[in-house]
Design a protein around this ligand. Sequence first.
Ligand code: GLN
Ligand code: ZN
Length: 727
Amino acid sequence: MQSYAYGFPRLGGNREYKKVIEGYWNKKLSEEELRQGIHKLEDEMLTTYQTYVDKFPVGEMTLYDNMFDTALMVGLYNAKDLDGYYNLCRGKDALEMTKWFNTNYHYLVPQFGASFESSLFKPSWNKPKETKDRYQKGVPYLIGPFTFLKLSKGIRPEKFGDYFLSLATVYSELIKGFEEVHIDEPAFVMEMQAQEIDLIKKAYQKIAASPARINLFTYYDSVDFLKDLYELPVSAIGLDFVNGKRNLENIRRHGFPRGKTLIAGIVNGRNIWRTDIAQAVALLKELHAFTEDIVISNAAPLYHLPISVRNEDLDQQLLKRISFAREKLEELQLISRAYEGEVADTGRTGEYNTNFGLNNKVKQRIKNLRDKDFVKDVCYAERVNKQRKILGLPLFPTTTIGSFPQTAQVRSKRAAYRSGKLNQAQYKQFIREKITDLIKFQEEIGLDVLVHGEFERTDMVEFFAQKLEGIATTKNGWIISYGTRGYRPPIIYGDISRPHPMTVEEIKFARGLTKKSVKGMLTGPVTILAWSFVREDIPLGEVGYQIALCLQDEIRDYERVGIKIIQIDEPAFREKTPIKKRDWADYFDWAVNAFNLASQSKAQTQIHTHMCYSEFGEIMEYIVKMDFDVITIEASRSRGDILNSFEKINFDRQIGLGVWDIHSPAVPAPEDMKKTVERALKVFPKENFWINPDCGLKTRDWPEVKASLKNMLKVTGELRSEVKAGQ
Ligand code: GLN
Ligand code: ZN
């Protein structure tokens, strides 16, 4: 049984990717050194593939992002040198960034201008290369033209077909002379219209004008138009049998065509649990009844996983249940040998057949939940009156989203604490000083609802994971989020409980320093789940409820110490949404419930939520089912659209539509902020409107923060006077 792997992480075992590229940005490394560093990483990656599998793509390495590289390759952008390249990635002409399907990888979104003509596509960069001299098993890699266009912006629907067919011609030229190519078309798993399927057939005929054999990969879900897919002139078809369960059903129905290879994605590329080898072999045997021409592979690219478990010192029980990218390659090898009967017993079955990580008390609590536990007994209309009386906030209350600059000082103190140079008391003292300074600062400039600054938190999910039972965190389990940025997803390995309060100490301390309200700050259940690896034998919704109950307990503790406003961040609420709309209802059912369970509180406690980085229009009907009192939302990119969506649903609660795009280093001008507010006030009654930045300030510097907040408060003052004068 042959094997084929793809998507191996590019970060490097010690995040060398980040070090060399950022080294170049900071002018510590030359272009030559950068290129050498990247070349070395690519070499390691290809050698790793070559060690374990029979085939793999070459050319997946990028200096920033492969969607962007594709845009350059077909002539949509032009970067005359490396600095020109990075200017488009992260400089003043940077492309917009958005989530790649339902993952937490962010790609640069190619943007088509209104005047773009299909004749402008041309082969502009021979990025895919054959490397048979060094890697006999390597196949040149490309993102397919359909996925590229489907995930781009600014293409008028009536232009799509014309663009697609011209682009296909460009692809056929790009691959001319190759024996074989690897084409990724994950967008083939989206819900598809008949017209699009027709176009795909036409376009792939054009691509196939070049003699190269095509290995076509789909992943993240199942393909709805499998029968049509079989007609494409490609030699191998990759299907995801892990996240695309319906692929198997479809094969049972339609069989598999002779003369093509089935690349069966059976090793999970998105989760870390070891593959049940016996089960994988059984699946292969079933597939074998439909075709004898099978190659096994990972399902979904491996860059959603850290590189290797080798250097982790996790609990032995956990360690023997997980595998990261490198170990997934080993699994492919193992499955192949087990299939051939070379190894009889792999000893890898029933990973969950023990009580490891399970907690009956938690299970019981979930069992005892009743419908009423998800619903507040006092409705918003009544809550708001109580809250207004207690909080006594002015018109247009001002606040921030939670974090303040995580400066070099904050990071170095944390590092010192971790390495033992600072003891716990010293570190705590340092955090208290930061909180004290920040409360003073916020009072001085005149914010209404204050925050403690989140200085003690490295990451909004990892911080909670470290305090909860049933979740482990890793030392070096980095995965890529965008560009050179990585994060370490925690591992939810069991039932989740909260042994102690998690955040109360800092919030209570902050509250003691001021007469103003201080917000309690929590990360929501859906976001904790979305940014972790989750155990799979407990239903996702149930895991969500377990986290929700921990947060609910935390809220009770807040209330006990007199906290009156609590924010539950859900920036990943949109991210977990299934790719196919027909699966949405099931997802939102538990996601909304989890939020509502977490946010059970006294009627007089004001619950905020915060969301960002997504298109919200489509999910508005679900957002309104979340029973918060105030929502703060990122809206810098498409304010108009967001306003329309809120207007359509007659939103009657309070909202803080970000007036400052914190992802840009520019200090926003008061006039611009004012325009934003004035536009919003056409949709929302003034009594319901909050004024705040659109996300946390942790990545910003103090000078910008001071200047921008001052502007924000100046505008608020003007708006309040105008209202007064008009009365
Ligand atoms: N409270 C968090 C912060 O301010 C929210 C972060 C986020 O939305 N991504 O950093
Ligand atoms: Zn945010």
